[in-house]
Structures are given as C-alpha cells and as structure tokens.
Write a protein that binds this ligand. Structure first.
Ligand code: FAD
Length: 381
C-alpha cells in the first residue's frame, strides 16, 4: 500500500459530523471541499443535549467559545417521577477542564449556525444543492492514490480521501457498501416542543412515565425544550395537523411542570415528531480511500443523548489521524480501533433503554445505565 499524506478531502454532508470535521481539517491545513444536498442549508427545529464528552470534543476542535455562547451550559441531570417527585441526581463531569461546564443544551439551529460559520470562515469550499453520483477508486484497495468523484451537477474532482458524513440514509454508504444494513425502526418515536424556560429548568430534567420518558432541557436563557418518547407500533404516519393533540394525549400520565406544559401544546406546527431509527454498520467503515462517519454508520436513539456526540468524536479522531504520514489503510484501521466499540456500546445501550420502556420494565437500573454510559464516554476517544 502506498504511504502518503492526505492533503485534499471531500466531505459529503454538511451536518454535525461533516462540519466539525471540515473545521478541524482546515485547522490542520488540509484542503477541504464539502457538498451538501440541501439547497437551503438549515436544520429542523428544537434542541440537542451535548454531554461532557462532547464539551471536551468541542474544546479539542477549537470551537468552544462560540459554541458555549450559543447554548445554555448546565451541570447535572435530575431524574424525576412522572408527577415531578425527585428520584436521583447525576452530577456532571467537567471533562474539558474546570473552566468549562459539564454539559450544554443548544438549539439545533444555533449549533448549525456555529458549525457552518466556523467551517466557512476557516476556508472550507462549500457547495449546496449538490451530492456525489460516482466514486471511482480503481480496485478500492486504496493503492490508486485518489478517488475520482463525479458530482450531481456534472462536475468532477479528484481527492486523496472522501468522507461520507451524509447521515442516516447515506448515499455514500450505498455507493460503497451496496450490501450494508438499512435503518431499522425501533418501535418508538420522540415528540418535541419548545417552551420559554422557567428558572427551575437550569439542568436536564427527565421524568419517568409509565410508557416512556419525558424531559426538559434548557437551550438558552429564555428557551427550553420538552421531549417525550412513546411506543408507536407499526410506525404510523402521524397527520401533521393533529400533532398537538397526539402529543398531549401521550403526555397524560405526567403531572407537575410537564403536566402544566401539556396544556400549552396547541399548535401542531410547533410539534416535531420523529420515529426512532437505528443502524450499526459492521466494521470496517471504509473501503479504499472512502470512509464514513456519524449516523451513516452508527445511528442511535435519543435515550442516552449521544448520537451527535459520537459523530463529533468521529470527527475529532479522523482529524487527528488524517494528517499523519502513514498508509491510508493504516490510518483508517486506527480510526476503526478507536471508534467501533465505543459507538456500538452507545447504539446497543440506547436500544436497550428503549426496549425497557416498551416492555414497561420496573426491575431495571436506568440510573445505572446512564452512569455506565457516562463512565465509558469519559474515557479518552
Ligand atoms: C429525535 C432525535 C433527537 C436527538 N437528540 C440528540 C441529543 O440530544 N444529543 C445528541 O448528541 N444527539 C441527538 N440526536 C442524534 C443526532 O441528531 C445525530 O446523531 C447527528 O445529527 C448525526 O450527525 P451526522 O453529521 O452524522 O448526520 P446529520 O447531522 O444528519 O447530517 C447529515 C447531513 O448530510 C446531508 N445529506 C444527506 N444526504 C446527502 C447526500 N446524498 N449528499 C450530500 N449531503 C447529504 C444532510 O442534509 C445533512 O445536512 C438526536 C436524533 C434524533 C432523531
């Protein structure tokens, strides 16, 4: 195999993982092109929880200051009964150093704004409304020295490496591994709605209902979001004009603050509904000089709040490895060694948490599962 540094990279997909990787590779002086399928480059609403390991990863990526300013830093996680009684408190870990918070709640739009601005300012060449049509790399052993790419607008380019960061329904995954598994519906869905933030929601608060979990996560000084998991057998199509009544129905078992918020869900357009789909690609996640990251290879449920975290960590590891002077296959093997088991643990544990909910299990240690996840993700990437 030919050794040689990676100088010119194409990233397919300008979501959370692709944008973090673009910034990090530009910081290291690599040439980066990024194509994003959407013409209007935006993200659907509501928020995202970024836990201790993600705060540390953002520090590694050099994005911390603008990132913290765009969200709501918080320390611990509170676990409550459906009526609001406190059950347990899990303290935060300041993994990025004592000067930084343990966790951050941030709106998806604010996160996208921070990441896209950083990638563009650092010199990523972004093309919107564009994807890849063909990837040619000879015998795919990585020895041909490059990937010839044909784009959907008819242009072509040659790259040392192509990164598929194009999410759950990744086109790059399909081009690379036509035999790859496809996303699987787990049986549950998540409902979300933004609200003004009351002072008491200065931490992530989760509420155990009989059929699923609700939670409140601060996103900014003024904003928080409410999420709810529910079992939805058969993955029914939810009528868009009924989302408010359907979400309210599913929140009936909750009292306290969540119960009071339920009555304020009156506009179906403010409800974001998403069936949960998972995917865990077997190793390797690369073929020759094309590699995958994020949801394209390890899409998880939101139960442990780590999906984006794993995509961001993938970017941290790839950015550390790619400038190294070694054969491309060796670099990508090291990527697999550092990422595969950690991501598999998150996907498996998140699926397990959902299965416990669907089986209405009372005999399980949910707090223990969260603590184990925090221990595992606190380890260096
Ligand atoms: C309901 C829900 C709640 C979640 N909550 C959390 C949370 O609290 N914390 C957390 O860490 N994670 C959470 N996640 C997971 C998180 O959103 C994902 O894991 C994360 O966005 C994955 O990043 P990614 O870069 O791999 O993919 P994405 O962020 O999905 O980005 C993929 C990008 O590729 C683009 N694209 C798609 N196809 C193509 C193509 N053919 N060509 C070019 N571009 C293409 C897309 O438009 C998109 O911009 C949640 C997920 C869901 C569904």
């Amino acid at each position: 195999m030919t050794a040689g540094p990676v100088r010119k990279v194409l990233i397919v997909g300008g979501g959370i993982g692709g944008l973090c990787l673009a910034s990090a590779l530009r910081d290291r002086g690599l040439e980066v092109d990024l194509v994003e399928l959407q013409r209007e480059w935006t993200v659907y609403g509501v928020g995202i929880i970024q836990q201790c390991n993600v705060i540390r990863a953002m520090a590694d990526l050099g994005l911390m200051d603008r990132y913290l300013g765009a969200g709501f830093p918080f320390e611990g996680v509170g676990m409550y009964a459906a009526d609001g009684r406190p059950l347990a408190r899990i303290p935060g870990q300041r993994l990025a150093g004592p000067q930084y918070p343990a966790n951050l709640g941030i709106s998806r739009l604010a996160l996208h704004t921070v990441l896209s601005a950083a990638a563009l300012e650092k010199g990523t060449a972004v093309r919107l409304g564009t994807t890849v049509e063909r990837l040619d790399q000879g015998d795919a052993s990585g020895t041909s020295g490059g990937v010839d790419v044909t784009f959907s607008d008819g242009t072509t380019g040659r790259y040392d490496l192509v990164v598929g960061a194009d999410g759950l329904y990744s086109k790059v995954r399909g081009l690379l591994f036509p035999e790859a598994p496809t996303p699987r519906f787990t049986g549950q869905a998540v409902w979300r709605h933004n609200f003004p933030r009351p002072a008491e929601i200065d931490h992530l608060a989760t509420f155990a209902g009989p059929d699923g979990y609700a939670g409140l996560c601060p996103l900014s000084h003024d904003l928080m979001y409410l999420f709810l998991t529910s079992e939805e057998p058969g993955n029914p199509r939810m009528p868009a004009d009924q989302l408010h009544t359907l979400m309210r129905d599913r929140l009936k078992p909750f009292g306290g603050l969540v119960g009071a918020l339920r009555e304020r869900i009156t506009d179906p357009a403010q409800v974001v509904y998403k069936p949960m789909e998972v995917l865990m690609m077997p190793a390797p996640w690369y073929r020759g000089r094309v590699v995958l990251l994020g949801d394209a290879v390890h899409a998880t449920t939101p139960h442990l709040g780590q999906g984006a975290g794993m995509a961001i960590e993938d970017a941290v590891v790839l950015a550390e490895l790619l400038p190294q002077d070694a054969a491309i296959g060796d670099l990508l093997d090291r990527y697999m060694e550092r990422r595969f088991e950690r991501c598999r643990f998150i996907v498996d544990s998140s699926i397990l948490a959902g299965e416990w909910e669907m089986a209405r299990r009372q005999d399980v240690d949910r707090v223990g599962l969260v603590k184990t996840m925090l221990e595992v993700t606190a380890r260096p990437v």
